[in-house]
Write a protein that binds this ligand. Structure first.
Ligand code: BES
Ligand code: ZN
Length: 867
């Protein structure tokens, strides 16, 4: 980044208040024509206007004011800055004026700006629709604009479209007439938007069906689906109709628009996008087919709908002032989506699942020295792309969860309402939220929270106990930065840490709550001699806990007896595993603790354990312990495998369904004979017109048969893929293909990922699927290097490329590989992946050190287990 010249935001001498925007996409030539009349305020006399514009040809620029037209004398594009400067023949008068532009652009295939997406009609015709994705900085690819979140304006959108197509935008339609110039076209005008940021604007032209409903607070909700599949929108509609009043009630502010549409787009880079009033989704994040969708997919749809609808208030009504505060949007939405799903589907126990989807993932990344603070200075669009990462999303949501727990729901809601009311239609910085929550709770929120958002990382809390005195015990807690490579050397940064402590008398309640605002603190607890003490009940605080050996020992019976709640069992395991990885505990000791989980029945606890075992399996995949470790894993899972069995029982709950999928997958991948045999039998029937595999078991079965399969299996899987319509089903196959072990077939999977049969949005899953085992990891990395220029071009930088770099590099375990990765990216620049590359390198070297430290003792121990 050092070579780049400093990034500059747009000058403020001319600013827009309204855009009258007309666009006419050509769905055959893949181009669009546009014109825009921007009402601007000229603050200081100037003869130049600079705005954002990328890959657009401006054919005409006129400034109109007080009945006078001033033509532009020069139009200068600065592609590397994504800006255009319009120079006018004379000085523009101060005050209000109109900047009128005519322009053309390409409907690109890069899933950004105004782009085209391919679909096949029910009668088999191939067509394209035109859609938008503007966040973070791509509105400028559709029309010249002040493309910064703080430059809010109103928009009057008009679309000129083929007469038989659906045209949608943020607002409701106000007129829809045949074009006076061309009988094949319609002119569709939309109501003026509220004042809003450019990245939230959207328009879509295509063919869709829809289902509709009305929420109890009177908002018209439609879910748009591909033609002929409208019933697949029913589930999302049900969620949306429940969610809108939930948020209205939670924020105590009504939904500000008359309608909201949720629409599935066949080619879509992210999961979903919160455009105000017109939310776009990947098909897999919106559509549910009652017969063929898994429980996991339904849950995902509910979370994504909950997330994007939350943005309608938090993000759209009140918007971050600059991308440095992106986390406000994403961290908050990633937290409240759980609150919303917990409200709609209490049986999902979604808050426990939060721990594996957000919390432990964030802790994992944030322990690296190459992490970054939640609030991070960003300028150039490449740097903006880079922060749509686990820190903004998952650490963001985790620190909000900690804060919500600390001040309680009533104060939190009061503060939210004050914040949204005070700043509606405007922009904010992180401090504005802290101020509102501080006033509502009467607590020093800004002081506490700044320590979490302005510095990277988090602490490990060391806990020790003094000798018992009657019915009381002194507990000492100490904080120091948790580092992935071992105890911090030198002075540690400090956090203001809300710490709760529970005892076995009341395992789910805090016996003591303190804010650890210095290096260490001693509290005296009322606790009987035989009772245990647990720090961080509910696993609410964003930190790791390291107990003294005696305190840890005392907690283990609570795991076996399940007297400790699932979130606490999970937290203990997760902390220990992280400590082992960082060389602060022995891996063998952790494996011994993991053995205490044989009776475990909780889905999320098993998810965490299986993730950790996968990490360890990867580490050991090049060693003599490989098979012993597989045997250890299958033995550990045997009891729960027998417990869930293969066949769902009538009326079974959601979490048992998820648990079965997880357990079958683990057993199948590790080659457990019964699981492999059962999977083969079911797969054969499934593909040959026999009994269909239950949707929850399909991915585990595909992975199992492929991991234990040959060319014939592979061909059968491909053949099956080609007959499938539902994108969810196709994605299941795509993600599973890479489980095949034969190097020649792995190579075929990799080549397949770049063919026309795989959408660009899914290529990354196919390549990522290959990295789950030793045979594939090398080949995937080689493939990425060989095809680098086409991959780079396919995603033109972007976050999918970063994700690809991450999955194909971070699992390596040797210095040799680290050097190879380093050398490659020295030659091949990937600006939006720079930080990801550094993180991968750090991970590779941590793996290497971990293996060197613990491989021998792990092997010894595993051998004793096998005897
Ligand atoms: N605002 C994002 C969409 C986005 C992501 C735009 C990356 C630009 C770059 C949206 O609200 C979002 O966060 N989507 C998530 C899904 C969500 C449920 C976590 C996504 O796309 O992964
Ligand atoms: Zn979001």
């Amino acid at each position: 980044m050092s070579e780049k010249k400093p990034f500059e935001r747009l000058p403020k001498d001319v600013t827009p208040t309204n855009y009258k925007l007309q666009l006419q996409p050509d769905l055959e030539k893949f181009t669009f024509d546009g014109s825009v009349d921007i009402t601007v305020q000229v603050q200081y006399a100037t003869s130049q206007i600079t705005t954002n514009s990328v890959d657009i040809k401006i054919s005409k620029a006129v400034f109109k004011s007080g009945g006078k037209d001033i033509e532009s004398s020069e139009i200068t594009f600065k592609p590397e800055d994504e800006k255009v400067t319009l120079t006018f023949a004379s000085e523009l008068p101060v005050g209000e004026g109109h900047l009128c532009l005519e322009f053309t652009g390409e409907l690109n295939d890069k899933m950004k700006g105004f782009y085209r997406s391919n679909y096949t009609t029910p009668s088999g015709e191939k067509r394209v629709c035109a859609v938008t994705q503007f966040e973070a900085t791509d509105a400028r690819r559709a029309f010249p604009c002040w493309d910064e979140p703080a430059v809010k304006a109103t928009f009057d959108v008009t679309l000129v479209v083929p007469k038989d197509r659906v045209a949608l935008s943020n607002m409701n339609v106000t007129s829809d007439n045949a074009s006076p110039d061309n009988a094949d076209l319609r002119v569709v005008a939309f109501a003026q938007t509220p004042i809003m940021s450019t990245y939230l604007l959207a328009f879509i032209v295509g063919e869709f069906d829809y289902v509709e409903g009305k929420s109890s607070d009177g908002v018209l909700v439609r879910v748009y689906t591909p033609l002929g599949r409208k019933e697949q929108g029913d589930f999302a509609l049900e969620v949306a109709v429940k969610t809108l009043p939930f948020y209205k009630d939670y924020f105590n502010i009504g939904f500000p628009l008359p309608k909201i549409d949720l629409i599935a787009i066949p080619d879509f880079a992210a999961g979903a996008m919160e455009n105000w009033g017109l939310v776009t989704y990947r098909e897999t994040a919106l559509l549910v087919d009652p017969k063929n969708s898994s429980s996991a997919s339904k849950q995902w749809v509910a979370l994504v709908v909950g997330h994007e609808l939350a943005h309608q208030w938090f993000g759209n009504l009140v918007t971050m002032e600059w991308w440095t505060h992106l986390w406000l949007n994403e961290g908050f939405a990633s937290w409240i989506e759980y609150l919303c799903v917990d409200h709609c589907f209490p049986e999902y126990d979604i808050w426990t699942q939060f721990l594996t989807t957000d919390y432990t993932r964030a802790l994992g990344l944030d322990a690296l020295s190459t992490s970054h603070p939640i609030e991070v200075p960003v300028g150039h669009p490449d740097e903006v792309d880079e922060i749509f990462d686990l820190i903004s999303y998952c650490k963001g949501s985790s620190v909000i969860r900690m804060l919500h727990d600390f001040i309680g729901d009533a104060a939190f809601r009061k503060g939210m309402n004050a914040y949204l009311t005070k700043h509606k239609y405007k922009n904010t910085q992180t401090e504005d939220l802290w101020r509102a929550l501080g006033e509502a709770s009467g607590k020093p929120i800004e002081e506490i929270m700044s320590s979490w958002t302005k510095q990277m990382g988090f602490p490990v809390i060391k806990v020790s106990a003094a000798a018992q005195e009657g019915n009381s015990r002194k507990i000492t807690i100490e904080q120091a930065k948790f580092c992935a490579d071992g105890p911090i050397s030198g002075e540690s940064p400090q956090w203001m840490v809300p710490v709760s402590i529970a005892t076995s008398a009341k395992p789910n309640e805090a016996a003591s709550k303190v804010v650890l605002d210095k290096p260490s603190l001693t509290v005296t607890l009322d606790v009987e001699p035989n009772q245990w003490v647990k720090v961080n009940p509910g696993t609410m605080g964003f930190y790791r806990v390291q107990y003294s050996p005696e305190m840890l020992e005392a907690l283990l019976p609570g795991i076996r007896s399940q007297e400790l709640a699932p979130r606490d069992r999970l937290g203990i395991e997760s902390d220990l595993f992280a400590l082992a990885k960082a060389g602060q505990a022995s891996t063998v000791d952790v494996l011994k603790v993991i053995e205490a989980f044989v009776n475990e029945k909780n889905y999320t606890v098993w998810t965490e354990i299986s993730t950790n075992l996968y990490t360890l399996g990867n580490l050991l995949s090049n060693t003599e312990s490989k098979d012993l470790f597989k045997a250890f894993a299958t033995k550990l899972f045997t009891q729960v495998y027998e417990h869930v069995s293969w066949n769902p029982k009538d009326g079974e709950d959601h979490l048992t369904a998820l648990l079965r999928g997880l357990v079958v997958r683990v057993m199948g991948k590790n080659g457990h004979p019964h699981a492999v045999e059962e999977a083969r039998k079911r797969f054969k029937a499934h593909c040959s017109g026999g009994e269909k595999i239950h949707a929850d078991l399909r991915a585990p079965v595909y992975v199992t048969v492929l991991a234990n399969g040959n060319e014939e299996t592979f061909e059968e899987m491909l053949k099956y893929f080609r007959t499938q319509e539902l994108h969810e089903e196709k994605e299941r196959v795509l993600r599973s293909l890479g489980s095949i072990k034969d190097p020649a077939l792995i190579q075929r999977v990799l080549e397949f990922s770049l063919t026309d049969e795989v959408r660009s949005q899914d290529t990354v899953f196919v390549i990522g699927g290959v990295t789950g085992h030793k045979e594939g990891k090398e080949l995937a990395w080689k493939f990425v290097q060989d095809k680098w220029s086409s991959l780079h071009e396919r995603y033109s930088g972007g976050f999918l490329l970063s994700r690809l770099v991450q999955t194909t590099t971070e699992g390596f375990v040797s210095e040799e590989k680290a050097l190879e990765v380093e050398a490659f990216f020295k030659e091949h620049k990937a600006p939006a992946a720079e930080r990801t590359i550094k993180q991968s390198l750090e991970n590779i070297r941590l793996n290497k050190a971990w293996l060197a430290r613990d491989a021998a003792s792990i092997h010894q121990w595993l051998k004793t287990k096998a005897e």
